[in-house]
Design a protein around this ligand. Structure first.
Ligand code: FMN
Length: 229
């Protein structure tokens, strides 16, 4: 009989612990091919509306990009609209994500709606939102956010918080009593989905996954496939 392996002389006390003791079993709902809309954008907006009934920011999504060094980076952004044209978000066009998208104009989005035990993944090429649409959206933003867009050189190293506050005071004075135009470095990006996957948690980790993708054989439409969990 082989003897038991010798105990690890230097066990890592952190690695030995699970990250959390939570073992949530997913029992809220199921997802079947007959439940979902044939159009994934309609299906997405349906799930988003349901998420809006239980979450403050259901439009918060992880945006993953790839840098010029080939390495991924991910951060949260807010979805502005999901429509036929694509999934729109707004940001600083001199930010790290903008530099990534300039070099590799393709991204992945992830929505996670824990109270519904749902995840949606979206992938596709990204292009800038047309300038006039960006102007229209910027004009709708609260004045405070408009000022913020002017003062923050997003993703750059800055000396300290006070430096930012000083710039904010300067911008507040500069635009006093006047409408605030969209800064040239601020705008939108539009991800045109080529694949959208809907994930519904199920008991025993035997989840439901339905993926729509635009495939050569789907002739401009969407092909729906079930993926193993
Ligand atoms: C819930 C949430 C929503 C956010 N929404 C946006 C957004 O819509 N646009 C944006 O530029 N940054 C947003 N941020 C900040 C980004 O996560 C990130 O810090 C910033 O865009 C800089 O990213 P980058 O350096 O990778 O370009 C959000 C952060 C959180 C937590």
């Amino acid at each position: 009989m082989p003897s038991d392996p010798a105990p690890d002389p230097d066990p890592d006390p952190v690695a030995a612990q699970p990250a959390t003791d939570t073992r949530l079993d997913y029992r809220r709902a199921a997802l079947s091919e007959t439940d979902v809309d044939q159009d994934p954008i309609t299906q997405f907006n349906r799930w988003l509306a349901e998420a809006a009934t239980v979450l403050e920011e259901p439009n918060a999504m992880t945006l993953a990009t790839v840098g010029t060094d080939g390495r991924p980076a991910a951060r949260m952004v807010l979805l502005r609209a999901a429509a036929l044209k694509g999934f729109d978000f707004y940001t600083n066009r001199q930010s790290r994500k903008a530099a990534d998208l300039a070099a590799a104009p393709w991204a992945a989005l992830v929505f996670h709606w824990p109270p519904l035990q749902r995840q949606v993944r979206v992938e596709g090429p990204v292009t800038p939102v047309p300038e006039e649409e960006a102007d229209g959206y910027f004009a709708l933003r609260p004045r405070e956010s408009q000022l913020g867009a002017w003062v923050s050189p997003q993703s750059q190293v800055i000396p300290d918080r006070a430096w930012l506050e000083t710039r904010l005071e300067e911008a507040t004075r500069r635009f006093q009593g006047a409408p605030i135009p969209r800064p040239p470095h601020w705008g939108g990006y539009r991800l045109r989905p080529q694949a959208i996957e809907f994930w519904q948690g199920r008991p025993g980790r035997v989840h439901d996954r339905l993926r729509y993708r635009q495939a050569p054989e789907s002739a401009g439409g969407w092909l729906m496939e079930r993926l193993a969990p």
